[in-house]
Ligand binder design. Structure first.
Ligand SMILES: NC(=O)c1ccc[n+]([C@@H]2O[C@H](COP(=O)([O-])OP(=O)(O)OC[C@H]3O[C@@H](n4cnc5c(N)ncnc54)[C@H](OP(=O)(O)O)[C@@H]3O)[C@@H](O)[C@H]2O)c1
Length: 336
């Protein structure tokens, strides 16, 4: 298998921002996250080993959120960055989900919570700006005019460089409308988006991806491996054959352990064999070769998983293989 020192992640355009992103971004959702038994999925030491491994492969784009690990993800990234040149890394974080029980205003993207949360997350990250600030979900309680005005203020204050939206397909028109409002007022629009997308979950194909293209919005998919389903450790008959904590997530089995998803996996396995790569590497390589995708966000619970996944950058797929993978799943929204 490719080792980290044989990988040198390339920089590719982050949509129309002018910024470059590593072709594989690194996601830190599981830093400090508690399992059902109350253990940490990824503790601080492992988090730092994972960040070291990503940086050793030339990785420069780190994705977090203020809700991840109750702030632990940002804090551990901040501690790690303290010994490094912060400017060499692109840091993206997100706000939206409720952070205080019993405090309704601590949820959403109203001006009060946005202004409070940006300062709190910058402090945890130990930096005076994030490169990308995402709204983690769409907040229908806050009018788009208020939202864009508030977010534009953060850009003008230098606390945020680019605005991102982590929304799903049904909200495509809301993003478009918000960008039109921003354009009308000379404010910063959304230029980065983070939807769920992988070989099995094709919900964003069609209007969402077209909207991103129209507005020059970079698409950086989450769950590019279907929370581990596309790594080859699930079997049609036997279910999980290796270790997984992600498989405990609600809806995992409903979404991924289905006949048509396993049919798609069969095509993935065949292409992976042809290019002498693992299914995980091939599923990620498909995204790297995808015209409408800027860079997928790679998740990994262990360093060997990350090392395997980053090896996707060395996998070459022919146009015919990309087409076979694209056409493997029967219909854009099958099963999901
Ligand atoms: N905006 C949002 O709402 C949102 C939502 C989700 C995620 N995200 C972002 O996207 C990132 C990636 O999402 P994701 O974690 O769902 O991505 P994913 O790549 O689809 O799944 C990652 C999980 O798959 C398993 N896995 C990964 N590589 C493997 C390998 N080589 N072999 C075996 N198992 C492997 C691991 O879980 P197990 O070992 O436990 O099976 C790992 O935690 C997150 O960290 C976060 O930054 C954003």
């Amino acid at each position: 298998m490719t080792t980290l020192d044989e990988i040198d992640l390339e920089s590719v355009p982050l949509g129309a921002t002018g910024l470059q992103t590593s072709e594989l971004q690194f996601g830190t959702w599981r830093f400090g996250r508690e399992t059902a038994e109350g253990n940490l999925e990824i503790g601080e030491d492992r988090a730092h080993e994972l960040l070291d491994a990503y940086a050793a492969a030339g990785g420069r784009y780190i994705d977090t959120a203020d809700i991840y690990g109750g702030g632990a993800s940002e804090k551990w990234i901040g501690d790690w960055l303290a010994d490094r040149n912060r400017d060499r890394f692109t840091i993206a974080s997100k706000i939206f989900w409720q952070i205080r029980e019993g405090d309704a205003n601590s949820r959403g993207t109203n001006r009060k919570t946005v202004r409070e949360r940006i300062d709190a997350l910058l402090e945890r990250l130990g930096t005076d700006h994030v490169d990308v600030l995402y709204i983690h979900r769409w907040d229908d309680q806050t009018p788009a005019y208020e939202l864009m005005k508030t977010l534009n203020g953060l850009v003008e204050d230098g606390k945020v460089h680019y605005l991102g939206t982590s929304t799903l397909r049904p909200n495509a028109w809301k993003v478009a409308r918000a960008n039109e409002i921003a354009r009308r007022h000379g404010w910063e629009p959304f230029t980065v988006s983070q939807p769920r997308y992988n070989l099995v979950d094709r919900e964003i194909e069609g209007d969402y991806l077209e909207m991103c293209e129209e507005y020059g919005v970079a698409v950086c998919p989450w769950s590019p491996l279907g929370q581990g389903f596309l790594t080859g450790k699930y079997d049609r008959e036997d279910g999980l054959t290796g270790e997984s904590l992600a498989a405990e997530s609600p809806h995992f089995a409903d979404n991924y352990l289905t006949e048509s998803a396993f049919d798609t996996h069969d095509v993935l396995d065949a292409v992976a064999d042809e290019v002498d790569a693992t299914p995980a590497q091939t599923a990620l390589a498909w995204q790297i070769h995808h015209d409408q995708i800027a860079a997928p966000i790679v998740g990994a619970r262990t360093v060997p998983q990350l090392e395997e996944n980053l090896g996707a950058a060395t996998v070459e797929l022919s146009d015919a293989q990309v087409d076979r993978l694209s056409e493997a799943h029967d219909g854009p929204y099958a099963n999901l």
